[in-house]
Design a protein around this ligand. Structure first.
Ligand code: NAD
Length: 348
């Protein structure tokens, strides 16, 4: 029986990972999450309480992290906690430096002391993004793990800094850290500020669909449970010090994603005029990267991981999830998810 300390497990990918791990293994999860605006305990309903310990707390709180390691003796840390929204990083970069950089350093320090104190089998997975590599020209090959770092947004720069710290804690101190760099995720429990849930909910409510610039920014898309499977593979079998790119082989222009979403919704909830007519082009985000693409050959060849959900199927599943879980996103939209928190216990 394994115990895993998951950070950011009330966020989008973290909560999917906790559901995945507790649903498919007999592991116990200690879930450390600050419950910022992006954290939502309602995404964790239905988990087996005897194998899920939720701790509301900050990854920047070194004594708290040390105490959790000491008390629960986890076999691994899987580190998702972050400030994750690029637009917010442009308005308020300080929060990104604090959580993504200082928070990661705090976790690495506490993990190092714990590992050096005799937790020999311990492993640390640092979850990161393809945005650290910057933008690709149309003809350039997809990012491999040796692509140069060239982050362009404050969010990407803070994640790049955290990746470098994770690498250094391995190289300098020997801490068994693996780093993953994944493309854009989508699926259940994604906060409705990100492209897919934002457009989906606006389209459903008959509101405008604000598309940045010409909508021709290209991203690779991965269904969130495929990302969870990949992180689990790296946790089990990744080589310490190694970086693994994770992607869905699904490169698409943002505008095409919005078109597909509108069409899927029109099929399911017919309206008089096609929802594509709600699209409104707005001034592009400053520093907006034109293209990301991931070469995930390494994780496929070395760890046997491949995406299992193709983009159209994953998007249809996502639309169906948001249609059947209106209460989850309506409570976010009107703020009730924060004002009526369920049984939260503050530690630290
Ligand atoms: P999210 O914003 O949905 O969730 C982040 C979680 O971290 C929230 O629950 C929040 O409360 C928590 N958190 C924030 N600051 C904290 C702190 N100081 N201490 C403890 N908890 C804190 O983010 P996400 O989309 O689930 O992303 C998770 C991770 O995966 C991030 O590290 C992100 O960089 C990475 N990633 C995301 C994507 C994507 O498409 N969403 C793609 C690749 C990598």
């Amino acid at each position: 029986m394994k115990t895993i300390l998951v950070t950011g497990g009330a966020g989008f990918i973290g909560s999917n990972f906790v559901h995945h791990l507790l649903g498919t293994t007999d592991a116990t999860v200690v879930n450390l999450d600050l419950l910022t605006y992006a954290g939502n305990r309602e995404s964790l309903e239905g988990l087996p309480s005897e194998r899920h310990v939720f701790v509301e707390g900050d990854i920047c709180d070194g004594p708290l992290v040390a105490r959790l390691l000491d008390e629960h003796r986890p076999d691994a840390i899987v580190h998702f906690a972050a400030e994750s929204h690029v637009d917010r990083s442009i308005d308020e970069p300080g929060a990104f430096i604090r959580t993504n950089v200082t928070g990661t350093q705090t976790l690495l320090d506490a993990a190092l002391a714990y590992w050096q104190g005799g937790a020999d089998h311990f492993r640390f997975v640092h979850v990161s993004t393809d945005e650290v590599y910057g933008t690709l020209a149309p003809e350039e090959p997809a990012f491999t793990e040796t692509h140069r770092y060239a982050p362009n947004s404050p969010y990407a720069a803070s994640k790049a800094a955290a990746d470098h710290l994770a690498r250094a804690w391995h190289r300098t101190y020997g801490l068994p850290v693996m780093i993953t760099n994944c493309s854009n995720n989508y699926g259940p429990f994604q906060f409705p500020e990100k492209l897919i849930p934002l457009m989906l909910i606006n389209a459903l409510e008959g509101e405008k669909l604000p598309v940045y610039g010409d909508g021709q920014q290209r991203r690779d898309w991965l269904f969130v449970t495929d990302h969870c499977r990949a992180v689990e593979r790296v946790l089990e079998a990744g080589e310490p010090g190694r970086v693994y790119n994770i992607g869905g082989n699904a490169e698409m222009a943002n505008l095409d994603v919005v078109h597909l979403l509108c069409d899927l919704l029109d099929e399911r909830v017919p309206v008089e005029r096609p929802r594509r007519e709600l699209i409104e082009y707005v001034t592009d985000r400053p520093g907006h990267d034109r293209r990301y693409a991931i070469d995930a050959t390494r994780i496929r060849d070395e760890l046997g991981w491949e995406p299992s959900v193709d983009f159209t199927e994953g998007l249809a599943r996502t639309v169906d999830w948001y249609l059947s879980n209106r209460e989850w996103w309506q409570r976010i939209r009107d703020g009730r998810y924060r004002s009526e928190r369920l049984g939260v216990s503050r530690i630290g």
